[in-house]
Structure formats: C-alpha cells, structure tokens
Design a protein around this ligand. Structure first.
Ligand SMILES: Cc1ncc(COP(=O)(O)O)c(C=O)c1O
Length: 359
C-alpha cells in the first residue's frame, strides 16, 4: 500500500473535536443525562404519529426546499417566506453562515466561553476566530466585542442566552452594540434557548432583525420543541443572507421526518411551551437550591445552569456521575448542568450539596 495519503486542507489540523454530552450509562449508576441541554420530555403522541407516517416513504428524498415548513415558519413569525432558511439543526445553519461569509484572512468574533461549535466551524472555513472573554459576571462583553471588530471581520456570533453560562444580553446593550457594528458585518443572534427566557429586558432577536439587514436570527427545534434527534433548525435573515443559506445547504439535509415533526410541533406549540414552563420552574428551583447551598450561580435564562468550579470541575462531574446524573464538565473551567426531570434535578442538588460540604 502507498505511504502517501491524500492531501487534506491545512486548516483541519488542530481543530478541536466537538465533545457531545456523555450519555447516561446503561446499567450504570448514572441514570440521567444532564449533559447536552436536551429536553427531557419524549415527543408528543401527535408528533410521533406524523414521524411514523413519514417513515413509510423513507425510500423517497424529502422536499429539498422544506416548502411546507418554511411557509409555516414564515407565517408563525410574520416574515417573508424568502427570509426563512432551514438546515440540519441550527449548528448546520451556523456552519452555512460561516461558509457564506468567511474564508482565509477573514475574522469571526464571538464571546468565549460560548457554544463550542463556533471555533470548530470557524476553523473549518479557514477564518480566524477572535474570542472575546466573558465579563467576570459570565456575560458577553459587548463593548469589547465591538472594539474587536476590524476590516477583516465578516461575522459576529452573539449567543443569547449564552451556552454554557445561561447568561443574557439585554435590549439596550444589544442595540448599542449593533449601532457600533458596521452594516456589512453579519451579526448572528443565536437564540437556541429563546423559549426559556423569562427576563422581559431580553429582546426577541426578530425585532432587531426587522430593522437591521445585517442581523440574522438562529433558532432550533432541538431544545424547547424536543426534536434534537431529528436535526432541524432555521435562520430568519434578509434575502441576500437567506439566499446564501439556500446555496450552501447540503441538498436534502433536512429529512422528511424532521420536516413533518417540526410542522406538527409548531401546531402543538401551546402544549410544548407548557412543558417549557415546567422546565423554567424546575430551573428556578435548581438555581435557588444551589444558592441556598452557598454556590455562586450566574443568572440563567436557558435550560441549564453553570457552576465555575475551576480545578474542581472534573471531581465535581465525577461525584455527580456516581450519584446518578451525567453533567458536562469543561475541565479547568466549570460544569454545565441541564435542567431535567424533577427526579434528576433532586439527585443533582443532593450531589452538589454533598460536594460543597466536603470542599
Ligand atoms: C447556543 C447553541 N446554538 C446552537 C446549538 C445547536 O443546536 P441544534 O444544531 O441541535 O439546533 C446549540 C446546541 O447545543 C447551542 O447550544
């Protein structure tokens, strides 16, 4: 066999690998997975029916343009159909946005730590990541992000609420930031956790997009709508950007099952958002419980909480796993814990309390 291997792009060297949340071990002590910000509720029966029916035509390609879903979204959000672009999860759409705007020599600005896909998709495109540290309060430092913009900046991600800290940026500061960003730089408001927000000062990104052609909003069916396994997300953006997303989409990437399930979920929104309401109550209970134990917990508006544990991060994650819940450690930094079903949250709170007593 030849010793020579095919030439691969140099940009791929050193790309951090995406670490999925660890699954709960079958038969092991850890029965609950709180490591991927998933929705703990199973699909609604009506959604399952649609998916099962769609499975009968698995021999056919899906609708390339996701026509029915796109129309449904346009109506739901009161935007032109041409402003909606779907993709394989919002991470797929985020990658298309990067591909559409940035290549070698260009810069992509985002807060750090934030969603771990941002450095990966930036590096794949050959662009340079410009990571702007969060404030000591774990919030996007929008002034520093605006200062970081240069003539090479092509795209800025604002993750609101931020993964993994759950923190938000509010209307006045976001508008001030957008006023400072040049019109030819695309600002992507990643609102994967939008439905969990209860802080009224956090703007709906769509209100900002309506007034600003350089703002694009990213949403997903993976979190509040509980369809993470089906891979469907979307962007709402002005036509040039939405057109670019249609050009960069993987053909037939969104399966018919995903399209049908997404439509059925939009039509069952009241029930799904009711579940989100229950998760928000659980979130508040978890945050209050942790604070009562003495932890510093940043204000979270998402379906997870963040504990900055530094060197204790891995030990804490191991203690949780022994107790029965798998959490998401970022070694040396902290632990992100998804709000799950009440039993899982109880186990987590107990484990956190015991860990704290032993510190
Ligand atoms: C901030 C943020 N954006 C996007 C995504 C991607 O979600 P999906 O590709 O499932 O839509 C995630 C997933 O964890 C996320 O946390």
């Amino acid at each position: 066999m030849s010793e020579t291997s095919p030439k691969l792009r140099a940009e791929l060297e050193g790309i951090p690998t995406y670490k999925p949340g660890k699954p709960a071990a079958a038969g092991g002590p850890a029965a609950y997975k709180l490591s991927s910000n998933e929705n703990p509720y199973p699909p609604l029966p009506g959604v399952m029916e649609k998916v099962t029916a769609a499975a009968c035509s698995l021999n056919r390609y899906p609708d390339l343009a996701c026509t029915a879903l796109t129309h449904e979204l346009a109506e739901r959000f009161d935007v032109p159909v041409s402003h909606v672009a779907t993709g394989t999860g919002s991470v797929g759409v985020a990658q298309q946005l990067v591909q559409s705007t940035s290549g070698p020599g260009d810069e992509i600005v985002y807060a750090w730590r934030s969603f771990e896909a941002y450095p990966i998709i930036s590096q794949i495109s050959g662009a340079t990541s410009v990571q702007v540290p969060l404030t000591p309060g774990e919030v996007h430092d929008l002034d520093a992000m605006a200062d970081a913009v240069t003539d090479r900046t092509r795209l800025i991600f604002v993750c609101n609420p931020n993964n993994p800290t759950g923190t938000v940026v509010r209307r006045a500061e976001l508008e001030r930031f957008l006023d400072r960003v040049p019109d030819d730089v695309l600002v992507v408001l990643d609102e994967a956790y939008r439905e969990f927000i209860r802080d009224e000062e956090v703007p709906d990104g769509l209100t900002l997009y309506r007034e600003r052609p350089n703002v694009c909003v990213l949403r997903t069916f993976s979190k509040a709508y509980g369809l993470a396994g089906l891979r469907v997300g979307f962007a709402i953006a002005h036509e040039p950007v939405a057109d670019a997303l249609r050009k960069t989409a993987v053909p037939f990437g969104v399966s018919r099952l995903a399209q049908e399930a997404a439509i059925a979920s939009l039509r069952a929104e009241d029930e799904l958002l009711g579940r989100v309401g229950s998760l928000v109550c659980e979130r508040n209970r978890v945050v209050d419980g942790l604070r009562a134990q003495g932890w510093t917990v940043p204000e979270t508006q998402a379906n997870f909480v963040w504990l900055r544990l530094g060197e204790r991060t891995v030990a804490f994650a191991e203690a949780c796993e022994r107790a029965g819940v798998v959490v998401r450690p970022f070694p040396g930094e902290g632990v992100r814990v998804t709000v799950g079903e009440a039993e899982a949250n109880d186990i987590f709170l107990k484990a956190a309390g015991e860990f704290r007593n032993g510190m």
